[in-house]
Design a protein around this ligand. Structure first.
Ligand SMILES: Nc1nc2c(ncn2[C@@H]2O[C@H](COP(=O)(O)OP(=O)(O)O)[C@@H](O)[C@H]2O)c(=O)[nH]1
Ligand SMILES: [Mg+2]
Length: 429
C-alpha cells in the first residue's frame, strides 16, 4: 500500500513537473501556453444570447479578446495579468442544422487557434476541462457569474453615460451554462450595464476570484471599435487552414482566381500585415444574398429574387464580368429561380456545394465560412443590408486590401436600384 501511494505521489510529481515544462509564456506577446488550472491563472468565460448567429458571436469574441489582451498587458497588479479567456464552444446555433446529439464544436474547427493565441490568451473549453481534471475534479463552480442586462431606462435619458450596477434580474436566472451540467455557481448576480468592455476591468481587478462568467456578453460594447487594436484582433481571426484550402481550390478550379493573379497575397503572420489598397480580386462578382428570417424581419431592405437578379445583372454588365458567385441561405427553389434568370441572359452562376465529408466534419458553420472566403476574394462584392454575415466579409476584404468601392455595396429592397449605402467600416489608420 505504501509503495503504491509512493508511486502515485511520484506520478503526481512527474505530471506536475512536466506540466511546468510545457508551460511557457512568450515575452514579446505575453501569451502563455499550456497553463494549468492549479496555477495562478484566472479564467474569464462569456456567453452570448442564444438566438444570436455565428457572425455576431465573432464580433462579441473580439470585445472580450481585446479586453483580455489589455488585462494581460496593462493590469496594475501582476496577479491580474494571468488571464485566460475560455472560448465558448459552438453549440446549438439557431441557424445550424444539428444532429440529434448536441455538439460542442471547438473554435479550432473554424479558426486558427494559434493565430488567435498570438493576440489574446485564449483556450478552448475542453482545454479548460483538461486543466480542471488535473485537480482531480470534473465539476466547476464558477466564483462570480454576472448576467448582463440593459438598464430599463437606457434609451430614455438620450445621454450616453457609462454605468453598471447589481440589480434585480430582468429575466429568470438559467443555471444551465453552455449546456454543460458540470458547470455551476452559487454566486449569480444580475449586472445592469451600459458601456464598454473596459468598464469591466474594475470589477475584475477588485476581486480575487479565479473564475468569472459573463452571460449575455453581447450587452457590453467594444472599447476599441475600429481602432488599431481592433484590427489587430480582427486580423488574428484567421480561418482554419482546411477551410481556406477548400475555398482556394474552388476559386482556382471554378473562378480562375488565385492569390498571385488576384494580388491578394498576405504575409504568413498577420503581425506583418499593413493596411493596403492593392488587391485586385478574382474575375468574378460575389454576392451575399441573405434570405431566411430577413425576408420576414426586413422586407424593405431584402429584395425579391427577381429584383436581386436584376441588380446582379446590372453590376455584371458594368464590370464586364460574366461570372457571379452567390453565397446565400435561400431555399432551393429560390436559388433555381435566380440561376434561371441570370443564365438565360448568358451569365454563369456559381454556388459552393459541400460534399458529405465537409458537411459532416465542419457542419453549416464551416460551409458558411468557405462561402465567406470565396466572397472575400472577388473583384466586387454586394452584401445584404445590416447582415453581420456580410459585415464579416467586408472586414475580410478590408484586411486583404480592396478598394473601398468594391466592398461596401448592398442589395436594395423593394423595386428600387438606389438605396441608403451601407456603413463603411474601413481600416483608416
Ligand atoms: N452557407 C450560408 N449560410 C448562411 C448564409 N447567410 C446566412 N447563413 C446562415 O445563417 C446564419 C446567419 O446568422 P448570422 O451569422 O447571425 O448573420 P446575420 O443574421 O445575417 O446577421 C449564418 O451563421 C449561417 O449559418 C450564406 O450566404 N451561406
Ligand atoms: Mg443573426
Amino acid at each position: 500500500m505504501l509503495i503504491f501511494s509512493k508511486i502515485i505521489l511520484l506520478l503526481l510529481f512527474f505530471t506536475t513537473s512536466t506540466l511546468q515544462i510545457e508551460e511557457y509564456c512568450e515575452i514579446d506577446d505575453m501569451v502563455c501556453k499550456g497553463a494549468s488550472f492549479k496555477q495562478n491563472y484566472r479564467y474569464l468565460f462569456y456567453d452570448v444570447n442564444p438566438p444570436e448567429g455565428f457572425n455576431l458571436r465573432r464580433d462579441v469574441y473580439m470585445r472580450y479578446a481585446i479586453w483580455a489582451h489589455k488585462l494581460m498587458l496593462n493590469s496594475r497588479l501582476e496577479y491580474h495579468k494571468y488571464v485566460k479567456l475560455v472560448l465558448p464552444p459552438w453549440s446549438r446555433l439557431y441557424h445550424w442544422r444539428y444532429s440529434e446529439k448536441p455538439e460542442f464544436k471547438p473554435w479550432s474547427y473554424y479558426f486558427d487557434l494559434e493565430s488567435l493565441q498570438k493576440f489574446a490568451p485564449v483556450i478552448e473549453m475542453y482545454q479548460f476541462f483538461d486543466d480542471v481534471k488535473k485537480t482531480g475534479s470534473n465539476k466547476v463552480l464558477i466564483d462570480e457569474v454576472y448576467i448582463l442586462q440593459h438598464y430599463e431606462d437606457m434609451f430614455q435619458s438620450g445621454k450616453f453615460i457609462e454605468k453598471m450596477s447589481i440589480e434585480k434580474c430582468n429575466e429568470p436566472v438559467d443555471p444551465n451554462y453552455f449546456y454543460y451540467k458540470n458547470i455551476t455557481s452559487n454566486n449569480v448576480k444580475c449586472l445592469s450595464f451600459h458601456g464598454f468592455t473596459d468598464q469591466l476591468t474594475n470589477l475584475f481587478e477588485t476581486s480575487s476570484s479565479k473564475t468569472f462568467l459573463f452571460i449575455h456578453g453581447e450587452v457590453v460594447l467594444h472599447s476599441n471599435f475600429g481602432d488599431k487594436l481592433y484590427w489587430k484582433c480582427r486580423r488574428s481571426m484567421r480561418f482554419n487552414k482546411h477551410l481556406i484550402n477548400i475555398a482556394n481550390e474552388f476559386r482556382n478550379k471554378n473562378l480562375n482566381s488565385t492569390d498571385v493573379s488576384d494580388k491578394t497575397e498576405l504575409p504568413e503572420d498577420w503581425k506583418e500585415e499593413k493596411p493596403r489598397r492593392t488587391a485586385l480580386g478574382g474575375p468574378y462578382l460575389s454576392v451575399h444574398l441573405r434570405r431566411g428570417d430577413f425576408v420576414r424581419a426586413r422586407p424593405k431592405d431584402t429584395p425579391t429574387i427577381s429584383h436581386a437578379a436584376k441588380q446582379i445583372k446590372n453590376r455584371l454588365i458594368d464590370l464586364s464580368i460574366n461570372k457571379v458567385f452567390v453565397a446565400t441561405d435561400a431555399k432551393i427553389n429560390e436559388i433555381n429561380e435566380l440561376k434561371s434568370i441570370l443564365e438565360s441572359d448568358g451569365f454563369q452562376v456559381l454556388l459552393y456545394e459541400p460534399n458529405k465529408n465537409v458537411l459532416q466534419k465542419f457542419g453549416d458553420g464551416g460551409v458558411a465560412i468557405i462561402e465567406q472566403i470565396i466572397c472575400s476574394y472577388s473583384r466586387y462584392f454586394i452584401g445584404t443590408y445590416e447582415s453581420t454575415f456580410s459585415f464579416r466579409i467586408q472586414e475580410e476584404r478590408e484586411i486583404i486590401g480592396f478598394p473601398v468601392e468594391s466592398t461596401f455595396n448592398r442589395f436594395c429592397g423593394g423595386d428600387s436600384f438606389e438605396c441608403e449605402p451601407p456603413s463603411k467600416w474601413k481600416i483608416v489608420y
